[in-house]
Design a protein around this ligand. Sequence first.
Ligand code: SAH
Ligand code: SF4
Ligand code: F3S
Length: 455
Amino acid sequence: MSEQKRPEPKRLFIETYGCQMNVYDSERMRDVLTPLGYAIADKPDDADLVILNTCHIREKATEKVYSEIGRLRAHKERRASEGKGMTITIAGCVAQAEGEEIIRRAPEVDLVVGPQAYHKLPELIARAARKTGERLAADFTAQEKFDALPARAPDGVTAFLSIQEGCDKFCTFCVVPYTRGAEYSRPLADVVAEARALAEGGVREITLLGQNVNAYHGQSRGGSASFAELLDALAQIDGVERLRYTTSHPIEMTDELIGLHGSEPKLMPYLHLPVQSGSDRILKAMNRRHDAAFYRDIVSRLRALRPDIALSTDFIVGFPGEREREFEDTLQLVHEIGFASAYSFKYSARPGTPAAAMMGQVSEEAKAERLARLHALLSDQQRAFNASQIERVLPILVTGDGRMPGQKHGRTPYSQSVHFQDTQTENGEIVPVRILAASQNSLTGARLELAPEAA
Ligand code: SAH
Ligand code: SF4
Ligand code: F3S
């Protein structure tokens, strides 16, 4: 009997830029494409299909995409000389915002696909590959996308779950309402079913995702479910031990949701709540719809109910018109609140957003100088927060192997990475670990033996 030579699997390389929504979307694109015989490649050089899942949030993010396309061109040409193809697909927010422009600037791109069309990828890619030179852009609604994506096969003990897309807030600096469109919340039953499937597949920690995740208002049997009601429903699922969510907007922190942080043990004591600025005038110009006192009040109510809650946030420095004393209001807010972690960015003017046309654009030097000062303060706070865990015994969700042989890696309730000596614990277990040392970005610890009666 002659052996049939198995066809080489086609190779798929996906590069992800930007936020966790994109990380989730990339996983879902992989889920759509692997049943077609694609194997995942770890570099683009020899891939049959390359997808760049792009981000448009700041100018640098967008520019990165064009330089990556430039690098791919060489690989595509080399493969063509060997008689092989490479389909280059641009997905994500740059695709949505600049579809036409990409096609004009980068002739080697075969397909441009917006964030709501990923369920159509097999068909779009087949068409793009058949008709060389034809380039397509496609758009659908968020609902269609979620309904059509296949069931998921989780590959770890933590997972993202997208519950909401788009944004209607229109902060004056931000492209998201233009790239991701109007806000859409998935029906409660769909989210619960996906969470249940994740738990059955071994997932213990779920991070709910949305650009405005706490504005969730999904359809439910009783009409419309609030975000707090959704969290409550997810907390009932056996196997789901930890719930997190990102990213939330201060004006959507309802009493019900703040209350849940005090009463629901599965809701982890960590919250990413972007504030952007500590100056009321700047917050108003940003159209954030709240002032600094409102933010302080949410934090004090959360801390009253959950004193150990760790806070994380985002800042923009050098928003148009920002003066030194307004920047100092931001520093003051940071001093008062104390953040466990934070992201800070120089304001980047985005074409088509109201702030890009505002008077008083801040010089690059002033932005860089303010960013450095803010960064230094936030780094100190992060280091201090990590150091404050030393000697504590924390429940650690074990997620995989650690940095060194014989070590495991896991996460604290506050989302910090921990490496500790242990070879027996299985991924997905939650075990007591004494924290022994802390650095800027992670902790090390020692696994405590279980007391004999509990063993
Ligand atoms: N939906 C989230 C933010 C998503 S974008 C929220 O409402 O908080 C992530 C972060 O990028 C924002 O919080 C903001 O700090 C930053 N960002 C957005 N647009 C920006 C711009 N034009 N320049 C600099 N940073 C920006
Ligand atoms: Fe952008 Fe503001 Fe919407 Fe966040 S809330 S995605 S910053 S417009
Ligand atoms: Fe970037 Fe789009 Fe996310 S612009 S931050 S990838 S929603």
